[in-house]
Ligand binder design. Structure first.
Ligand SMILES: CC(=O)[C@@H](O)[C@H](O)COP(=O)(O)O
Ligand SMILES: NCC(=O)COP(=O)(O)O
Length: 246
């Protein structure tokens, strides 16, 4: 069953734990199979340049193990373009990437990097891959996405998550409005808006309630919760919170 607000489960951090010791346990493919069984709508995996979590061989194994659509998060590099074209995931989300960062700190500067990104977007679209840009919820970046002709954008909700952690309600409201306004503008212009980064049981509902959003991608928190309660209950609880918010 496809949900009106889809949940893409990012399984990167299963691979982070695996890689902490080498070997093959815990296997992100097993996580993808569980997500498929318990009603997740998609699998998201970020193949980083430094391969700190997902590795090349994981991609094919994930694609072989489940029918769920794979959303490959990738930097705008020739290396990642070649990998995406070889694997043909359902979707490719172009993300900014810095080797020294702990996580994806902000959105892609789609406006400033237009000339660099345009040919990569073109090659992915020509291959039939649904291209998404992981951007800040701003008019400048949304306009750049429109110029690039992508069908999807994913708004980075990191600032929203930080405002919530800091207990700063004015900032929280501002961040929420920014995502809601840009989701409406994206939809009005024919771009499907998604959101993700830093979403948790505590902060997901106001985002899930934004009517134009079609998909949330959630990873780190879910994998963390899975340590305590199991992946299936963690995914089901997130699903329930999202559904209740709609
Ligand atoms: C782009 C993004 O937000 C996700 O890929 C997620 O944060 C997990 O990957 P990292 O923690 O390596 O950024
Ligand atoms: N694109 C965001 C994503 O896939 C998951 O981010 P997080 O929940 O791991 O912060």
């Amino acid at each position: 069953m496809t949900h009106i607000l889809r949940l893409g489960v990012n399984i990167d951090h299963v691979a982070t734990i695996r890689n902490a010791r080498g070997g093959d346990h815990p296997d992100p493919v097993r996580a993808a199979e569980i997500v498929a069984r318990c009603g997740g709508d998609g699998i998201t995996a970020h193949l980083r340049e430094d391969r700190r979590h997902i590795r090349d061989e994981d991609l094919r194994r994930i694609q072989d193990a489940t029918d769920l659509p794979l959303n490959l998060e990738m930097a705008a590099t020739d290396e990642m373009l070649a990998i995406a074209l070889a694997h043909k995931p359902h979707a490719a989300c172009i993300v900014p990437e810095k080797r020294e960062e702990r996580t994806t700190e902000g959105g892609l500067d789609a406006a400033g990097l237009h000339n660099h990104i345009a040919p990569i977007v073109g090659r992915l679209l020509d291959a039939g891959i649904r291209v998404s840009l992981f951007i800040e919820a701003s008019e400048r970046q949304l306009d750049a996405a429109l110029q690039l002709g992508v069908p999807v954008v994913e708004f980075h909700t990191g600032e929203y998550a930080h405002a919530r952690l800091d207990g700063d309600s004015a900032r929280l409201e501002k961040e929420l409005k920014r995502v809601a306004d840009m989701a409406a503008l994206a939809a009005k212009n024919g771009i499907e808006p998604h959101a993700g980064h830093g979403l948790t049981y505590e902060n997901v509902q106001p985002i899930a309630a934004i009517p134009h959003l079609a998909e949330l991608n959630i990873g780190h928190y879910l994998i963390g919760e899975a340590i305590f309660c199991g992946l299936e209950p963690a995914v089901l609880k997130m699903r329930e919170l999202m559904d209740d918010a709609r």
